[in-house]
Write a protein that binds this ligand. Structure first.
Ligand code: PLP
Length: 313
């Protein structure tokens, strides 16, 4: 995520990024009291367009609701306009967009009701997350010794910033151990998801993915399920064990950052042929077609970036 944003939308104002600062005493900084989204905008023949923007903003508002912030003042149309304005202000086309709600003011304590939320939106150029080569060759993963959140300890439906310490622990351990990404098991020992992606496997022509209870309900996951069904595949949601991954014909992970990336190895076991398989390739192609404006669902899922949206709440 190297590149820097030039302008950041903060509570209705477009600020140069140096001025978009958070006070040291903001409760968000001390207790992980924030909620974020990760969204991609793609260059298409008719200009930049944001992939499933309304679905991302709906999840953003749902995350804020799950965290328990009352009377949040921004609605979806306002946030949508602010995302468009941020992309335009930064003169971007292919980019990553990061809305963040954070508890900005209030006494340093543990009661949300004493605090006041702020919202910032940044956008910057960002290439492939797991590497360009990985899109074809696949990534190497290991099952993490860190367990994914128990849904009654730290809820998995919300992109709450504090939850991401769990992902950071798993991702850092995986990278230091020589892997590209970590597979995380749920508290019962079934596969949940990766540190920032959902997981799919293919066996005998059928596509499987994990049930929703202990995962973030990925928007890319939903898109993949729809595109795979459009392509004629049967998609089954059922509990998956780590050894079902070992013996799968194909495995891939997906997310806004990772897009659709094949997995070639888990825990030093080669998966299938050890490279991108035909189902993964077909789904990856359908995904890139749709985000680039050349898919049958492009009109449904792409939100062309335009000015003149409302800026303030
Ligand atoms: C833990 C986790 N799982 C899955 C995903 C994939 O979700 P999406 O496809 O909506 O980006 C993400 C990324 O947001 C994530 O952080």
């Amino acid at each position: 995520m190297g590149a820097k944003a030039k302008y950041i939308w903060m509570d209705g104002e477009m600020l140069p990024s140096e001025e978009a600062t958070v006070p040291f005493m903001a409760p968000a900084l001390h207790y992980g009291l924030g909620v974020f989204e990760g969204i991609r905008c793609y260059e298409t023949p008719s200009g930049p367009a944001v992939f499933r923007l309304e679905d991302h903003l709906k999840r953003f508002l749902d995350s804020i609701h799950v965290l328990g912030v009352l009377d949040f003042k921004y609605d979806l149309p306002t946030l949508r306009g602010a995302v468009h304005a941020t992309i335009l202000a930064n003169d971007l086309s292919d980019c990553y967009v990061r809305p963040l709600m954070y508890m900005a003011e209030g006494p340093l304590g543990l009661n949300l009701d004493d605090q006041r939320p702020s919202v910032g939106i940044a956008a910057w150029e960002w290439g492939t997350y797991l590497g360009e080569a990985a899109l074809e060759k696949g990534v190497k993963m290991a099952v993490s010794s860190f367990t994914r959140h128990h849904p009654n300890v730290s809820m998995t439906k919300a992109k709450i910033t504090a939850n991401y310490a769990n992902s950071v622990l798993a991702k850092t351990l995986a990278k230091r151990s020589g892997f590209d990404e970590a597979v995380m098991l749920d508290p019962q020992g079934f596969v949940a998801e990766c540190s920032g992606e959902n997981l799919f496997l293919v066996r005998a022509g059928v596509i499987y993915t994990t049930p929703r209870a202990t995962i973030l309900e990925g928007i890319t996951r939903d898109s993949v399920m729809t595109l795979a069904t459009d392509l004629g595949y049967t998609v089954v949601e059922e509990p998956i064990s780590r050894d079902q991954i070992y013996i799968a014909d194909e495995v891939f992970v997906c997310g806004t950052a990772a897009e659709v990336t094949p997995v070639r190895e888990l825990d030093f076991r080669t998966i299938g042929e050890g490279r991108r398989g035909p189902a993964t390739q077909a789904i990856q192609q359908a995904f890139f077609d749709v985000v680039r404006g050349a898919g049958e669902r492009s009109a449904e899922w792409l939100d062309p970036v335009k000015a003149e949206e409302p800026l303030k709440a």
